[in-house]
Structure formats: structure tokens, C-alpha cells
Design a protein around this ligand. Structure first.
Ligand SMILES: [Zn+2]
Length: 327
């Protein structure tokens, strides 16, 4: 409960289309990339260490043959070990001050609008879509759409418009992406740099996970038309941004690890064998307790279908913030 009226409408729309969505799901199975978190692994698109800690959101049937930055089990182990090390280091650093970890965080956001030219098709989206995106983030991370409240709020500091055809579309893992971020990234580890443009391979977005040392690649890339009011049908309510920022704050996909092991390293997100697309209400792919978390922001469902983080995810994000991104 706790849904606001307009959101009730929005979410109800997702549920009402369940039958159709299920049919579409069946039809889409053949074109969905190999879904197991592990099957996409070795030799994936992550050629460089800095980029291997990234993750992407894909549309069903997208041109990409797989999720280019899905994490392997080994990468997960490394990341979890790194988090533990970062927390130990932080604890030692702050030993004299006790638990001075932050309880609430306002994240400064710098938005880089990458354009090929001055047309809408060339990436020239209006400022109003960007301010709406910030509102969506604030609502989602405050628990305003029905999920757990997290510690995070977002403050738009700047919109930076850049016309450079060499960076358009933004190609995941390319030298052009590196060049773009090297040129444009601003702020410390606490600053969210959000890059918007047309994207390669039918991707909706990708993000870097936090690292102990600030990396120039740090940030979130999202399809410009995925912002609220955009043209990306079913993915134009701004939840690509919500999802990618979740990665930036150290969340894995809900389907990470499939049905086994520690999954997404969050205890209150039921295990899920593979990504869920569209809005398959009642989906249950693992024998462990709980239906698949298809309404979680860290799955791959339609924007109208996803509306929550769990308390465990909120806790994991805050822990990671204090380990990696806090000043
Ligand atoms: Zn993702």
C-alpha cells in the first residue's frame, strides 16, 4: 500500500495487461538472449577491467545477443570481497569516531545530453524530460511507488548539452565511450554523472558499480527516449534510470546467480532463474520460497511493472555508499 493515486493507475495498467503480457512473453522467449546469469559469462563484452564492473538493461529481442555486462560468479565473488575490504578499511579509518555512517544522502546529479545534432531524433530531448527523470528517481528511492524507502535523494545540479556525432550513438565498451566520459565526467565519487543518448545494440542503459578508486568511466548511461515522456514504448517512465542507478549504488540484478547460491546478495529478494520481461504476474522460476520479484526495479520488466526496492536492497545500497562513495 502507500501508492499514490496516479501511481496506482500506472501500476494497475501493468497488471491489467497481464494476459497479453503473458502471451507476448511466450512469443518473446525465442528472441530473449540466453538468460542465465552465468551463461553469458566468460568472454563477454567486458574487455577491460574498468568496464567489467558494469551492467546493462536490455529490451526483449534487442539486437544485442546477450547482456553485454552480465557478471560472472567469479566477478560477484570479487566484488563481494572488495566490498568487505572497503568496509573494513572504512571502519578502521573511522574507528575513533564510531559509527558515523550516513543515514540519508543527497546525490548531486550532472546530466550530459549527448546529441548528434539539434533534432529530437538526434538526441535533443527537452529539459522537462530530465527534470521528470529526477522526480522519478526521487519518488522511487523514497519508496513513493510502493517499495522500501531508501536513504537516497537526487538533486539536479547541471544539464550539459554536447553535440558530437562521434559519440552518437553511445556504443557500450567503445573507445568513443571512454573518450566521452574522459572529456565530460565531473565531480567526486558521490556525483552521479548521467549520460543520455541513442545507445548501441538496442540497450536501454548500463552503469558502473562503485569502486574504491574513482574511475573515469564511473556513471550511468541511459537511452534518452527512456526518460519520462520518451518514445521507448513500455520503457518510457524513467525506470531505466532507476534500475541503472541501482547498479551504480551496488545492486545486482534480482536474477543474478539464478536459483542457487547467494543470488543477488540480498536476502529479501526471492531467487529468480532468469530475467523477467514485460509483466509476467505469478512467474515462479525457483523452488525456493517466493514468487519471482518481477516488480523489483532490478529485474528487466516493463516500467509499468516495476515499482519497488526491498528493505534489503536499501540497506545494501547505503552500506555500499558508506564504503565507496561517501566523502
Ligand atoms: Zn541491469
Amino acid at each position: 500500500m502507500g501508492l499514490r493515486p496516479n501511481l496506482l493507475t500506472r501500476r494497475a495498467a501493468g497488471v491489467a495487461s497481464t494476459t497479453l503480457a503473458l502471451l507476448l512473453s511466450t512469443a518473446a522467449v525465442g528472441v530473449v538472449p540466453a538468460a542465465s546469469a552465468f551463461s553469458a559469462a566468460p568472454g563477454g563484452a567486458c574487455a577491460e577491467p574498468a568496464d567489467s564492473h558494469a551492467n546493462a538493461r536490455v529490451k526483449p529481442g534487442a539486437a544485442a545477443t546477450h547482456d553485454p555486462n552480465e557478471l560472472t560468479a567469479k566477478q560477484i565473488r570479487e566484488r563481494e570481497a572488495d566490498l568487505a575490504a572497503a568496509l573494513r578499511q572504512r571502519a578502521n579509518f573511522r574507528a575513533g569516531a564510531g559509527a558515523t555512517t550516513l543515514a540519508t544522502v543527497t546525490i548531486p546529479v550532472v546530466v550530459h545530453v549527448i546529441q548528434e545534432n539539434s533534432t529530437r531524433a538526434g538526441g535533443n530531448i527537452p529539459d522537462s524530460m530530465i527534470t521528470s527523470q529526477i522526480s522519478v528517481l526521487n519518488q522511487a528511492y523514497a519508496g513513493g511507488t510502493g517499495g522500501a524507502a531508501t536513504a537516497f535523494a537526487f538533486r539536479l545540479d547541471k544539464i550539459n548539452r554536447v553535440t558530437n556525432p562521434a559519440w552518437y550513438p553511445i556504443v557500450n565498451g567503445s573507445s568513443a565511450e571512454r573518450s566521452m566520459k574522459s572529456s565530460l565526467r565531473v565531480g567526486g565519487k558521490n556525483t552521479l554523472n548521467l549520460y543520455l543518448g541513442e545507445l548501441s545494440d538496442g540497450l536501454l542503459g548500463w552503469a558502473t558499480f562503485p569502486q574504491q578508486t574513482l574511475n573515469t568511466m564511473d556513471g550511468v548511461v541511459a537511452l534518452n527516449e527512456s526518460l519520462p515522456g520518451g518514445t521507448a514504448t513500455n520503457y518510457n517512465q524513467g525506470d531505466t534510470g532507476t534500475h541503472e542507478v541501482g547498479h551504480w549504488l551496488n545492486l545486482y540484478h534480482t536474477f543474478q546467480g539464478g536459483c542457487g547460491g547467494s543470488g543477488d546478495s540480498v536476502s529479501d529478494t526471492p531467487a529468480e532463474a532468469s530475467p523477467a520481461y514485460e509483466c509476467p504476474t505469478g512467474r515462479n522460476t525457483c523452488s525456493a520460497t517466493g514468487l519471482d520479484p518481477i516488480t523489483n526495479f532490478m529485474d528487466y520488466t516493463y516500467d509499468s511493472c516495476m515499482y519497488q526496492f526491498t528493505a534489503g536492497q536499501a540497506s545494501r545500497m547505503l552500506t555500499a555508499w558508506n564504503a565507496y562513495r561517501a566523502a
